[in-house]
Structures are given as C-alpha cells and as structure tokens.
Design a protein around this ligand. Structure first.
Ligand SMILES: [Zn+2]
Length: 444
C-alpha cells in the first residue's frame, strides 16, 4: 500500500502546484458553487443586457413621489414583468394616504413549510417632473447617470432579474417570495398606519426581509441596522415680567432659561448613549412666537428688558432600537417636567420611521450572504455602521421577521442629487449574491 499512498500524495502535490501556478480565479471559484448555483449565475449573466434595458426604461419615466401618474407607470411596467413569470400581482391604490400606491407581487412555493422572503423596493424618486435631471445617460462602459438609478430603480431591477433567474431554475418551487415596491419611500404618505400597511403585512407574512436600497454605495457592505427617526416639539411657557425682576421667588426664570436647562440636560444625560442622536433644529422664544411647520419657519418678538414668556423648539431623535427610543423618550419627559420656578414645559413626540434593530438573526443572515459572496469570488461582506445608514422602508419589518438585510441593490454615489451615478458591474455582482442567498435559504 505504501507506493500507492506515495503516488496519491505526489498527485496532490502536483495539483497544489498547478493551482498555485494557474490561479484561474473565475473557474476555481466556481468549484465553490453547486451545479444549480452555477446555472442561476449563468441565467443572470445571460439576462444582463435585457435587465439593463429595463433599468434604462424605468429611469426614463419620471417618478418623483408626488408625480402619481409616473410612479404608477413604473409600477405597471414592473407589474407586467412579474405577471409574465407567474407572480400574483396587485396595485394597491394610495388614495387613503395621498400617494400613488404600491405594487405587491407574490409567488407561492410548491412545498409545505417553504421559507417566505419579502423583497423590498420603491418606485418613487426625489426628482419632480420639473427637475432638470430626468434621463438615463451612459457615462462610459461601467457607469450610468440618472434620477433614481441607484436609489433605487437599480435595486428594483435586481429583484426582477433574480426572480426571473430563480423561476427559470425551478427554485421558486421551494421558496415563497413577496415583492413590495412602495410608491412613497422618499416622502411617506400619512397616516403611516395606512401608507406602511402593505410593508408591515408583508413582514408579518415573511420569515426573512431583504431590502435592495443602495446602502452606503459600497458593494462589500450590507445593512443589518438602521436608526429610526422621529420628530419632537418642546413648548415652554413662563411668567413674563420686567427683566429686572427675573429669579424673584414669585416671578421665576422665564421661558428661555427653562428651554436652555431642558436642552442642556438632554445633552448631559443622553449625549453618551451609543448610536443615539437628538438634535434641536429650530428654536423660537420671546414674548410672542409663532412657528409654521409646513415652511419650517418661525418668528419671535421679544425685548431684552422683558422676561421671555414662551419658547418653542423643534428637533429629532435617531435611535438604534425600539428600547433605546422608549428609554430616550422617558428620560426626556422626566427632564421636561422638572421645571424651573414659574415655568411649564411639554414635549410632544411625533410618529416616524422605526429603527431596524440589529438582531442576531440579521447578523446570521449577513454571514450567509457574505459566504455566498466569497463563494462567488467577490469577497467578504461586512455590516454598514448604522450611523451611516438613514431610515428606510425595511425598518418597518423590524420585530416581525426573523432576519433582515438591506443595501443589496445597485451601488453608486450621489443619491438624491443630480450627480447620481451607478457602477454597473455591481448589478451583476449583487443580483448573483442575492439570488444565491435566496437559493441557499430555500435549501435550509
Ligand atoms: Zn431609496
């Protein structure tokens, strides 16, 4: 047996030296993928020119949030594409929340207890029809500019492309997908209970939520946590009198000192909390004040020789979890009610975007995704610092799904500006990564 063993080890040695001498990255990497996975990747490679045509088409339809006809046009175009591969589709009218509406497309697996995955996109952009940034424009072989090309029409087409590839390879027999593409991500319709209902219903149905926003624009990162964002209004009233009498036992400290006390205490008591920020963005105070919420503009009348009677402060809170937000509200409310003599204060917290809480499930999902990326030869994927990720639709799934991951879309830079540019090579990479992630989830 000895010679045989020696023979084997020498073959192994030759193989090792061959793989060192010829690091055929693409081919040797393919060995990390099963035959089915290679077939899915081949489908996506083949469909890429067609997918980019779809992208060009929908970027050239203006769908600024308040252009309801345009948002619906984009939705209808995608709806017919999902219809064509056997999804059950519906257009949910947005009249009740004063927006265009949402597209929902569902495909039910053929197997009991199949995993359910929610895929999240949005149809609207920040660019109104009057804007002078309207067209898809090729910059060179790998870059295109256009309104919403990365935020997030590219992500929508990635969802479509992977759905087609998975359908063609029979994967959708083993996993159920629901696509929700909202028409009001950039400017939410109100009440939120109506405008976010489709997303929340999808999240209640699903086990896993995947968001195809452009994240931080980096193809080697994904989003496992997003801070939520809510607004607050602080109102302070006090006893007015001649300035010479301030601090007298029966007069008190005035509204401006009281609002200064409150804001400084917020900073002292909460300023060190990790991943929490709270910002007073506007303040008006004096003898008489007014504030127009729509225009975010205020006015004040006051004199240096009169103790201020009223103060109003508008601010926000960005928190990483529902628990952190609740605790912050509690601390702020306690500070607000501990008033200086002869002053009163109230704080009102508005509705807003919830946080995408960084759960263990999200971290586990990122690990599976990162492994897929490495097996494809694209390297590790790491989590985006939540302070760099703004609020987004996927946050509404937090608490309903076991796992969530966002930032899986088309990457680039300059979102929300006329410099919005996509890196087209990330289309192929991220459509392959998400398709194989879903495939592997279907095998669990
Ligand atoms: Zn977006």
């Amino acid at each position: 047996m000895k010679p045989f063993k020696n023979h084997l080890s020498s073959v192994a040695a030759v193989l090792v030296s061959l793989s060192v001498a010829f690091p055929l990255s693409a081919k040797s990497v393919d060995t990390q993928l099963s035959a089915k996975e290679q077939a899915i990747v081949a489908q996506l490679e083949q469909s890429l020119p067609r997918d980019l045509k779809h992208l060009e088409h929908i970027v050239n339809i203006n769908s600024g949030t308040m252009n309801f006809a345009g948002v619906k046009d984009v939705g209808m175009y995608l709806k017919s594409e999902f219809d064509a591969i056997g999804f059950e589709t519906k257009w949910l009218d947005g009249k009740s929340f004063n927006r265009a509406g949402h597209l929902v497309a569902t495909y039910h697996a053929n197997k009991a207890n199949a995993k359910k995955v929610l895929l999240i996109g949005h149809l609207d952009t920040v660019f109104a029809p009057e804007d002078d940034f309207q067209r898809y424009r090729k910059i060179n072989e790998t870059q295109v500019a256009g309104p919403g090309v990365t935020d997030m029409k590219g992500g929508n087409i990635i969802i479509l492309a992977l759905a087609k590839a998975l359908k063609a390879e029979g994967v959708l027999d083993n996993i159920s997908l629901q696509v929700v593409m909202t028409g009001d991500e950039e400017k939410s319709g109100r009440p939120l209970s109506a405008s976010k209902k489709a997303l929340i219903d999808g999240a209640k149905w699903a086990d896993v939520a995947l968001g195809f926003e452009d994240g931080d624009g980096n193809v080697t990162t994904a989003v496992t946590a997003r801070r939520g964002s809510i607004g607050w209004t602080l109102e302070v009233t006090a006893k007015s009198a001649h300035s010479s009498q301030i601090f007298r036992e029966d007069i008190g400290a005035g509204a401006i000192y009281e609002s200064a006390r409150i804001l400084n205490s917020f900073r002292e008591q909460l300023g060190e909390e990790p991943n929490l920020t709270f910002n007073p963005g506007a303040i008006v105070a004096g003898t008489r004040t007014s504030f127009d919420n729509k225009a975010s503009t205020g006015s004040a009348f006051g004199k240096s020789n009169v103790i201020a009677k009223t103060a109003l402060v508008k601010g926000d809170i960005r928190a990483i979890s529902a628990e952190q937000l609740a605790k912050t509200k509690q601390v702020m409310t306690a500070i607000v009610t501990d008033n200086l003599p002869h002053t009163q204060a109230t704080i009102h917290f508005a509705d807003g975007y919830p946080p995408l809480t960084p759960t263990q499930g999200n971290a586990d999902l990122l690990e599976v995704y990162s492994k897929v990326s490495q097996d494809l030869g694209y390297g590790k994927v790491t989590a985006v610092d939540p302070r760099k990720a703004g609020a987004a639709d996927i946050s509404f799934t937090s608490g309903y799904v076991d796992m969530a991951l966002d930032g899986l879309g088309l990457m680039g830079r300059g979102g929300h500006t006329k410099g919005e540019v996509a890196e087209l090579d990330t289309f192929a990479q991220n459509s392959q990564k998400a398709a194989l992630l879903i495939y592997r989830l279907s095998q669990q």
